[in-house]
Design a protein around this ligand. Structure first.
Ligand code: T4K
Length: 386
């Protein structure tokens, strides 16, 4: 039984991502300005500048910075005064579902499209009941939902549409940021995202009234020093985080170019490996935060889990986002919509997806070495099976 010598493992761990950081000196310069002003939070000049720059960068009418992507979801849902049931995808990060539960809303799961991995409009339509008030779509891995179909359902059935755009900072549909669709979109600027403020996020909306409610809700619901008009929370972004964002925003274009190059190496080297497919961005404007591989267990020489474990042996820590569907979380309960037969495509996708390392310092050479490892693991498994 021979399958050649294994490639050399990395000497330091290779994670799924590493944060993009501006030169330390430039961040220190911004800190000096903050020290001089003595304004650390509650809407200082860094905060204002970042809101303006992001609004321009994304070309959206209203963007409100908040303390995280999760806070952005909470505030968007609260600002819309939603009640009852909200139809959503089970194939997402915990934050999506937790935000619904924190707002006292009942999640109703609809299956995803097996190809795009986003909410299936047909499944959404089937899930509507008299208690449904909204659809919460997720542009998972930067792949946009079928926004036209969801909007048409919402218009016909009198529902609101909120998007979890945590993965979709760079995603565009035509010349429009995907965050400009729906009633509101929640962006995440967590350290692991292509554009980040260490922790942070934003709510985007086209509705000035909704924007005003989000701004009040993120600041305890305070209208002015005489009145508090909404049960808000503290969801503000500090000056230190905003300053980091001003530094990383300038790097976004370069980072995108480098991520695209790394993605090209993965794609070139892995295309043709039986049962393994690289998820192709829908267009050149896809987000580049994740490089997603799908491993079809019925055709590939090894399963997704075997691939992930095998890579760990080489010090490479790929991640299976989101191997556990939100419908399987113990606290979500036995919802009828969470039944396995209702979510066949989501279950299939959750068993197939693995995100490969993607960050600037990995470089094309690093991606090439990871592909050597994947080919080695596939060959070894094929030989063992014979
Ligand atoms: N909606 C969706 C669909 C989301 O995916 C998320 C967050 C949200 C909403 C909520 O947004 P936020 O409230 O987080 O803004 C990470 C992130 O923490 C999370 O933001 C993200 N989605 C999720 C998909 O991934 P973990 O548990 O995988 O993070 P962690 O700490 O394991 O980091 C992954 C790798 O990144 C590490 O192995 C090493 C590297 N890393 C990470 C951090 C934090 C660094 O090198 N430096 C760092 O500072 O959740």
């Amino acid at each position: 039984m021979t399958f050649g010598n294994p490639p050399a493992a990395f000497t330091t761990p290779i994670y799924v991502t590493r944060p993009n950081l501006p030169p330390l000196e430039s961040y220190v310069e911004s800190l000096k300005d903050i020290w001089t002003s003595g304004v650390l939070t509650n809407g200082g000049s860094m905060h204002e500048a970042l809101e303006d720059q992001l609004r321009i960068h994304l070309n959206v009418p209203h963007l409100s910075l908040v303390s995280s992507g999760t806070t952005a979801l909470l505030l968007a849902l609260r600002a819309l005064n939603l009640t009852g049931e909200v139809i959503t995808t089970p194939f997402t990060f915990a934050a999506t579902i937790n935000a619904l539960l924190w707002c006292g809303l009942k999640p109703v799961f609809a299956d995803i499209d097996a190809e795009t991995m986003t909410l299936s409009p047909t499944a959404v339509e089937r899930a509507i009941t008299p208690l449904t008030t909204a659809i919460l779509g997720v542009h998972v891995f930067g792949i946009s939902c079928d926004v036209a179909a969801l909007q048409s359902i919402a218009a016909r059935r009198g529902l609101r549409v909120v998007y979890d755009a945590a993965h979709a900072f760079e995603t565009r549909i035509g010349n429009r940021s995907v965050a400009s669709f729906g009633d509101a979109s929640a962006l995440s600027f967590h350290a692991t995202k292509v554009f980040h403020t260490a922790e942070g996020g934003a709510v985007v909306t086209n509705d000035p009234e909704l924007r005003n409610r989000v701004v009040r809700l993120r600041n305890f619901g305070i209208e002015n020093d005489q009145s508090v008009t909404l049960p808000g929370l503290n969801g503000k972004m500090s000056e230190l985080h905003a300053a980091l964002g001003l530094g990383t925003l300038g790097l976004a274009r370069d980072r995108r170019r480098k991520h695209t190059r790394i993605g090209t190496v993965y794609r070139r080297r892995l295309t043709g490996l039986e049962g393994v497919s690289c998820v192709t961005p829908q267009n050149d404007d896809g987000d580049t935060s994740f490089f997603v591989l799908r491993v079809d267990p019925t055709r590939a020489p090894l399963t997704r889990d075997e691939l992930q474990r095998g890579l760990e042996g080489f010090n490479v820590f790929a991640r299976s986002y989101f191997r556990l569907l939100c419908s399987e979380y113990p606290y979500v309960g036995n919802l009828p919509s969470g039944r396995v037969d209702n979510l066949a495509a989501a279950r299939k996708v959750a068993a197939e997806v693995v995100c490969l390392p993607l960050y600037e310092e990995l470089g094309e050479d690093g991606a090439d070495r990871i592909c050597d490892m994947i080919h080695y693991l596939a060959k070894r498994r094929r030989t063992q099976r014979r």
